[in-house]
Design a protein around this ligand. Structure first.
Ligand SMILES: [Zn+2]
Length: 89
């Protein structure tokens, strides 16, 4: 289950409705229920391309250097010991 296409959080400006979907630059995205145009507002993790689309697969984890627990690569503070994690390369 590889993650080749980047998934975005899409938001409709007027209603604030949100959806997750792959998006391409210049694409137009319409909410199928309300007909509103939706704008990509952020990329979801894991960023494409990655070896897995699953957020908590081994490819998307790292171990805390103090307590050695596995934590997500996107986590800024270890949820087990609270250590601030170093920035990703
Ligand atoms: Zn820790």
């Amino acid at each position: 289950m590889q993650n080749q296409r980047q998934i975005f959080r899409l938001r409709a400006r007027a209603s604030g409705r949100e959806a997750f979907a792959p998006a391409e630059p210049g694409g137009v995205y319409i909410d199928s229920e309300t007909g509103e145009e939706m704008e990509p507002v952020t990329e979801l993790l894991p960023l494409a391309p990655s070896d897995s689309a699953l957020l908590r697969s081994p490819e998307n984890l790292r171990s805390c250097r103090r307590c050695d627990q596995l934590i997500g690569v996107d986590v800024s503070d270890c949820p087990y010991c609270g250590l601030r994690q170093s920035a990703l390369a």
